[in-house]
Design a protein around this ligand. Structure first.
Ligand code: SAH
Ligand code: SF4
Length: 412
């Protein structure tokens, strides 16, 4: 079914390489790095060892220069530098909110822009990561949905956000591996250093884009983030948020296995069709059934239902009661996250009053379901939920035609 204003999931396509002819190793699996090394001429055993060492330096130590890889023979390092890079997204702009939230506007090698946000709390630090430039889904309350241009981010661009955040927070393990000998013995790459206490403890796939419309790249990136020899973030500290791409939910559970958040936002067809147009394709019943079937969800690992509070739209007592009824009907191990609507220029909605949000929350709590109200973070720098939007736009058809005509005229 065609959804008005909806473009089918976009492909990742070929992203120009940041290092010119050199290959960016960020985002490749360990096996893919090994295959690259074999392709470049290393024998199988050497490639396996080097891939392991390089992986450790990239993801455990945050190194971007092959010269710093002290357990790789000195003579080998220029050979690597000639062929590969360990890239980072370009930082176009970095902002800090008065509540400590930080937002970065990043640019890919092809100039496409996307944002990431870091939200520090007393007991945790959460990085909100983007999966696409823009979003095809056009939820009516979401600023990202108003962007015209959409492209999937590649795995390296997704994991690159995490690497960059750790750079910016200065929390790669300190120390040197000078004691590590330059041998090819696989056991010798451990070295000695101390890992600092981490600021970045959690990741939410809640930045720009619909992660389940970019499944393979998001999966590749999160596998790297969870890899025990690298960033080693537990799947329990990672949450993937979907607006309800039902056919991909079971695979997300089975193949990625992180926590699930679902952008529900309404409890009846009429309203959800309006505010989350994907509902016209995958309705509430189907969505809740997919939640009930989500692998790994249980009382210890609940599914989060995100619910944006829109004045006079989805915020009545009746809505709250219906939400409780649905969660109970589908026997869902669930909690509800109430998100006060974050405004953006030209947004067609208003946030519910604080009293309304409180009452809505209480009704759900009284039914035995946790329904905290999320404190908006980083609103002053447009870093809060749903406020992200980069300037990426593409020329309209008419503009393209006009440009073509002008070019033609100039050519005579
Ligand atoms: N595309 C995914 C993940 C990114 S959005 C999804 O929709 O789930 C992260 C959360 O912010 C989603 O629940 C989204 O619905 C919500 N959101 C979007 N715009 C918002 C706004 N203006 N105010 C508050 N929350 C918003
Ligand atoms: Fe896309 Fe999520 Fe925004 Fe909807 S809320 S337009 S799915 S980013």
């Amino acid at each position: 079914m065609q959804i008005p204003g909806h473009i089918d999931p976009v492909t990742t396509g070929t992203v120009p390489l940041r290092g010119g002819n050199r290959i960016d190793l960020v985002g490749l699996t360990r096996d893919a790095i090994r295959a690259e090394l074999v392709e470049a001429g290393l024998d199988a055993k050497g490639a396996k060892l080097r891939a392991k060492q390089i992986w450790h330096w990239i993801y455990h130590r945050g190194v971007t220069d092959f010269e710093a890889m002290t357990d790789i023979a000195k003579s080998m390092r220029p050979w690597l530098t000639d062929r590969y890079i360990i890239g980072r997204p370009t930082v176009r702009e970095a902002q800090v909110s008065n509540d400590g939230t930080r937002k970065w506007l990043l640019a890919a090698a092809d100039g496409q822009e996307y944002e990431m946000v870091f939200i520090p709390d007393a007991d945790r630090g959460t990085l909100c990561v983007s999966s696409q430039v823009g979003c095809t889904l056009n939820c009516r309350f979401c600023h990202t949905g108003t962007m015209r241009l959409v492209r999937n981010l590649a795995a390296g661009e997704i994991v690159g956000q995490v690497l960059l955040a750790r750079d910016a927070l200065g929390e790669w393990p300190k120390g040197t591996m000078a004691s590590a000998p330059e041998t090819d013995d696989e056991d010798d790459d451990a070295g000695h250093y101390t890992a600092d206490g981490r600021m970045l403890t959690n990741i939410v796939m809640m930045g720009m884009g619909e992660p389940l419309y970019n499944f393979d790249e998001v999966k590749g990136a999160l596998k790297i983030v969870m890899d025990g020899d690298g960033l080693a973030l537990s799947k329990r500290r990672i949450t993937l948020s979907t607006s309800g791409v039902v056919p991909m939910m079971a695979r997300a559970g089975e193949e990625i296995g992180v926590n699930l958040a679902v952008s529900l936002h309404a409890v009846n067809k009429e309203i959800r069709d309006e505010i989350v147009p994907l509902n016209r394709k995958y309705g509430i019943e189907e969505l809740l059934q997919a939640c009930a079937d989500y692998p790994g969800a249980n009382n210890a690992r609940r599914i989060t239902f995100e619910y944006v509070m829109l004045k006079d739209k989805n915020d009545s007592d009746e809505d709250a009661r219906e939400l409780v009824r649905l969660i109970k009907q589908y026997k869902l191990p669930a909690k509800v996250n109430l998100i006060p609507f974050n405004p953006w220029p030209g947004a067609p909605y208003e946030c519910s009053t604080p009293e309304r949000v409180r009452k809505f929350s209480n009704l759900i709590f009284e039914a035995g379901i946790s329904a905290p109200i999320r404190t908006p973070r980083g609103r002053d720098i447009m870093a809060a939920c749903g406020q992200l939007k980069s300037a990426a736009t593409k020329p309209t058809r008419a503009e393209l035609d006009r440009i073509a005509e002008e070019k033609q005229a100039a050519l005579g």
